[in-house]
Design a protein around this ligand. Sequence first.
Ligand code: ADP
Ligand code: MG
Length: 247
Amino acid sequence: MTPVVELDSVSFAYGDSVAVRDVSLTIEAGDFLGLVGPNGSGKTTLLHLMLGLHTPDEGTIRLFGRPVEEFDAGGRVGYVSQQATNRGGTMPVTVRECVTMGRFAHVGHGRLTEADRDAVANAMETVGIVNLADRLMTELSGGQKQRAYIARALASEADLLALDEPTVGVDAESRDAFYALLDGLNDEGITIVLIEHDIGVVTDRADHVACINTELFHHGDTESFVESDALEDAYGATGQVVHHHHP
Ligand code: ADP
Ligand code: MG
């Protein structure tokens, strides 16, 4: 099967400041990849590169087998950006309207079809927010907002879900339910890339781990990551303390 994401020797700098250096990695269809590394280690930048939101200075990126710059991400990628759940959201849109935005890639300039409405209803059902459909996004808690954003991604019938610290500002109970939801989606074949600062969550949930600090320190299955020194090496490079997770 065609890999979902292929990075080959990718580097990217903001001005003179290198954020990602010479990273090569492949994400296969159906992978649940945890992307870890200290603050400022280039995780968000790397995710943006994968999705074509930044252009690499060096190297090549393929998304679903095509050069990312030619790729019309359209409906195949669902992306929940960092802090999405923390922001109030300034537009007074309802939850249903927010989720419906996930269909725009399918709608083109026409009207919403029944299939679009069904996809929106199914997505809200999947994440358990049907009862919130007519509420304003600005009125939701962090956990509820996050579900709405996931529903929006699901409504697009994405094959790849890219989530950047999606549980910041979400209470512990909602977090657990959320990760159970992600597991279920992954079981159905959706590829997941998850940036998550809680290493314990990543080693519990992800089947692959990429550990970066500007450079890639490790990429492999979760077991190989746990057995490696990648975490200590990556965090040691910036002197941050590693918070081990004790379940
Ligand atoms: P992470 O997501 O791992 O915290 P980022 O990818 O956000 O890391 O940032 C990597 C590095 O790039 C950091 O040093 C950060 O300060 C820098 N950086 C991020 N975004 C920008 C930007 N828009 N302009 C300049 N520097 C940036
Ligand atoms: Mg980040």
